[in-house]
Every structure is written in structure tokens, then in C-alpha cells.
Design a protein around this ligand. Structure first.
Ligand code: ADP
Length: 471
């Protein structure tokens, strides 16, 4: 299939008056020149989503589900091309891009099934002649704003649920990586998703586009994945029109290793939880909290695996860590590591930074005074702090305003249960470094946001309950 770079509005590819260049983070090569949507295009997309809503919600849920299943299959058929495109716009290692395409497709597949299971209920009435019926209705046209770290998956999680529920959509992908969303729209068009149901409006003016989407009374819901700062601002603005909002925001995941843990499992979990997508993930382990008794043994087993990571061009076979997405990300990692070292952290492993290629770093002796203990690193840096015991580890883990995911490694069943219950996060990985999967509810608490993506609960964010009392 040809590379598409025009905005997708009302089933048409719209070149627009202005364009912007998408570059490969590895070498700045031009990947595409994309429509830079202004107010007119965003308005047209909102109108299209509003017009398409009536027919789309009326379409039998099983037929909407069938289209989602076809979209999933189309993605998987085109996996190689989609993965390469993702690596080119985002920089990630090709094997990670392949994994992302499969992960994204799994959400379309999952919601293909959930579409037909949007059950309502009947409730016993209080009089013999009262019938209480509850149905689930689509909330309406939705705005979907997504980040650059998983260009397919972050959109698929929202789009799958929205379409299954009967909502239409206006998607605003990140400026750095708009091509993934356009590629999904292209496949959706190919499998026969009707015009207006999916609109994609790339833009260099995210703020204006966001404001426009939130100001429009036609848009009934915003689903946003991105930074806590932007999410907070959008939530405030959404209040004006009392719009529904789901927010998947930043994380500061603790990765707790207790003294009785299987250290090989813990190290394997750490490698996934930290280095997936080069650490550029909201569920990346940010703070390693290791019980003092086994801290040296953990580090001794970890270092050889870290040292074996291959840093390079994402498209090259064998690359584990591609470049970080932009110079700002590189500068942030550099700043956080320098701050930690200045405040006394020990460098256990270092790698030179070449352009945007940032090798893995392991720091010991980390303290809460260091910026990387409070901020999301979003890069391949392992920051290790020791804990005296389980209670200390738990207190350290919960000492953050974020609450997306927490990881804990212990062989003791009672400890597993205790910690899973007491860790303040929307998700907990026990003896695993990977929790994301389409059939489970992904989402956070506290400053990590609210709303759940995936699972049977994923539909809730895109539906409201209607209660009908009949006499
Ligand atoms: P990140 O730090 O991951 O880039 P952002 O929160 O800046 O996170 O971006 C996530 C998404 O939100 C992107 O699509 C971006 O363009 C968009 N965005 C950024 N600022 C705004 C804003 N003020 N209004 C609406 N969308 C925004």
C-alpha cells in the first residue's frame, strides 16, 4: 500500500494548505510531508464525525465488530510495512515495532468481540407493572489525542473501544509520529469503515486543535494519552462543556525486588519493564527499589544483560535500543543522570551518548532528592535505591503522586498479596515486567489519570447507561 501523508477527513484524503515534515529520529532523513491541519480541517473533521454518528451507532454491533476484526487482520497482513514505518517515524527497534503492530491489532480484535457484548440489564421493579431496562449507548463523537511513543497502539486502544461502542472519532496524533494513525485510517478505509467514522487530523498546533475539539459541542468525549501537565489543562477546558474525559497520563513506576525473589526472574522482568521502547513508555520501571540483602546480587546479574544491549539504528537487525525520539528527550535523560551523579549516585554502568543514540545507564545509591526519583525518565536509565525491608520498600514505592503501574518480585504468596493490595497504582505486575494486554483494564490512579483501556471495562469509557422505566 502507498504511504499516506494527507489528513483523513470524511473518507477523503485532504492535502490541506500547509504541510510539515516528519523526520527519522536516527538521521533526520525526511520520512514524509504531512498535512498540517488548521481550523478549517479540524472543523471539517468534527462535522464529519457528527454526521456519521447517527448511521454508525445504528449499525448492528456485530457488524461494527466484524469491521474491527477485518481491520485487525489487515494490520497483521501488513505487519512488516507498518513496523518499518513506525521505526522510521519513531526510531524504535524494528522488533519492538513489530510487537507494537501486533499489540495494536489485538485491541481491534478484542473490541471486535466486545462490540457484541455491550450488554445492558433488567432490574426488578418496585411495582408489579414496572419494567426497568438499562441499555448502554455510545457517548457520541469522540476526540482521541495520542502521543508519539506507541503511534499505533495508543490509538488502537481508544479507537477499538470507541468504534465498538458505536462512537465516531476525530484522532489527533502526535506531531512527531502522525503516520501510524494515517496508516490505520488507510486500512480502515480499505476494509470498509464508513466515511466520517474515523477522521485523522495531524497538526503542528496541538494546543489550538485541542481547544477546538473541546470547544465543539458535537464532541462528547475526550480520550487523551500524554503528559500529566497537558492532561490537567485539557481536563480543565473540558469542564466548560461538561465533556466526558479519560486520561492516561504519566507514570513513575516502582520496581520492587524483595530478598526472597527469584533474581533471574527479577532481572528478566527488569529488562522488559525498563528497556521496552528504550524506556519511553508510561509503564516503564522508573524507580528500582531493591531489598538491601540482595541488592549486590541483583546488580551482578543485571549488569551483563544491560551490557549486552545493542544500541543503533532501529531498522538494523539486532538493534535492541533505537534512538530516542528527539533532542529534547536526550537532553532530559542527560540532565537527570547528571543531577543524580551530582547528588551522589554511583555510576554502575554508562554508555556514551551519540546523537540521539542513548545507551543504557545503571545508577546505584539513588536517593529521593534526585530528580529522576520524582520525574518520569523516559529513557534507558536504571535508578536503584535500596530498602531495609518490605515495609520500607512499600513506603518508598508509594511515595509518588503517580499511580499507573507497580512491579513487585517475591516468591512469598502472602507478600505478593499484601503488596498487590497496598501498592497505590491502577496496575500491579507480580513477578512480571509486562502487564499490558488487550483483555486487561489498563489505566492509572492519582496523577496518572482515570479511565480504563482494554478489557470489558474499556467500553465503559465510550458508553453511558440509559435507564428506561416502563409501565
Ligand atoms: P509527550 O511529552 O509525550 O509529548 P504531550 O502531553 O506533550 O506528551 O503530548 C501528547 C499528545 O498531546 C500529543 O498528541 C500532543 O501533540 C498533544 N498535545 C500537547 N499539548 C497539547 C495541548 N495543549 N492541547 C491538546 N493537545 C496537546
Amino acid at each position: 500500500m502507498p504511504l499516506v501523508s494527507d489528513a483523513f477527513i470524511d473518507g477523503r484524503w485532504v492535502p490541506g494548505a500547509a504541510r510539515f515534515v516528519v523526520r527519522d529520529p536516527f538521521d533526520d532523513a525526511q520520512v514524509a510531508e504531512v498535512t498540517d491541519c488548521g481550523e478549517a480541517e479540524v472543523d471539517a473533521a468534527i462535522d464529519a464525525a457528527a454526521r456519521a454518528f447517527g448511521a454508525w451507532r445504528q449499525k448492528p454491533a456485530l457488524e461494527r465488530g466484524k469491521l474491527l476484526a477485518q481491520l485487525a487482520a489487515a494490520m497483521l497482513r501488513d505487519e512488516r510495512r507498518l513496523a518499518e514505518l513506525c521505526t522510521r517515524e519513531n526510531g524504535k527497534a524494528l522488533k519492538e515495532a513489530v510487537a507494537e503492530v501486533r499489540y495494536a491489532a489485538s485491541f481491534f480484535d478484542w473490541f471486535a468481540g466486545e462490540a457484541g457484548r455491550a450488554y445492558g440489564e433488567t432490574i426488578p421493579g418496585s411495582r408489579p407493572d414496572q419494567r426497568i431496562v438499562v441499555t448502554r449507548e455510545p457517548v457520541g463523537p469522540c476526540a482521541l489525542i495520542t502521543p508519539w511513543n506507541f503511534p499505533y497502539a495508543m490509538l488502537a486502544r481508544k479507537l477499538g473501544a470507541a468504534l465498538a461502542a458505536g462512537c465516531t472519532t476525530v484522532a489527533k496524533p502526535a506531531e512527531l509520529t502522525p503516520l501510524g494513525a494515517l496508516a490505520i485510517a488507510q486500512l480502515a478505509e480499505q476494509v470498509g469503515v464508513p466515511p466520517g467514522v474515523i477522521n485523522v487530523v495531524p497538526t503542528t498546533n496541538a494546543r489550538r486543535c485541542g481547544a477546538q475539539l473541546l470547544a465543539s459541542p458535537a464532541i462528547r468525549k475526550l480520550s487523551f494519552t500524554g503528559s500529566t501537565a497537558v492532561g490537567r489543562e485539557l481536563l480543565r477546558t473540558a469542564a466548560d462543556d461538561i465533556k466526558r474525559v479519560s486520561l492516561e497520563l504519566g507514570g513513575n513506576a516502582p520496581f520492587v525486588v524483595l530478598a526472597d525473589a527469584d533474581l533471574d526472574e527479577a532481572v528478566a522482568g527488569a529488562m522488559v519493564a525498563k528497556f521496552r521502547n528504550g524506556g519511553q513508555s508510561c509503564v516503564a520501571a522508573n524507580r528500582f527499589i531493591v531489598e538491601r540483602a540482595i541488592a549486590d546480587a541483583f546488580v551482578a546479574r543485571l549488569l551483563p544483560q544491560v551490557q549486552a544491549l545493542v544500541v543503533g539504528r532501529g531498522l538494523d537487525a539486532g538493534t535492541d535500543l533505537g534512538p530516542l525520539v528527539d533532542d529534547r528527550s536526550v537532553a532530559k535523560v542527560r540532565r537527570l543522570v547528571e543531577d543524580a551523579r551530582a547528588k551522589g549516585a554511583t555510576l554502575l554502568h554508562d554508555a556514551p551518548i551519540r546523537g540521539r543514540l542513548v545507551g543504557p545507564v545503571v545508577l546505584g545509591g539513588v536517593t529521593p532528592a534526585m530528580d529522576l526519583w520524582r520525574e518520569e525518565i523516559f529513557g534507558p536509565v536504571i535508578a536503584i535505591r535500596t530498602a531495609a525491608d518490605e515495609a520500607d520498600a512499600l513506603a518508598q514505592a508509594n511515595d509518588t503522586e503517580y499511580g499507573l503501574v507497580a512491579y513487585v518480585f517475591t516468591r512469598d504468596g502472602a507478600r505478593q498479596q499484601r503488596l498487590a493490595e497496598r501498592l497505590e497504582s491502577g496496575m500491579v505486575g507480580v513477578n512480571t515486567g509486562l502487564v499490558s494486554t488487550a483483555q486487561a483494564p489498563f489505566g492509572g490512579i492519582k496523577h496518572s489519570g482515570f479511565g480504563r483501556e482494554g478489557s470489558r471495562h474499556g467500553l465503559d469509557d465510550y458508553t453511558h447507561l440509559k435507564y428506561v422505566s416502563t409501565r
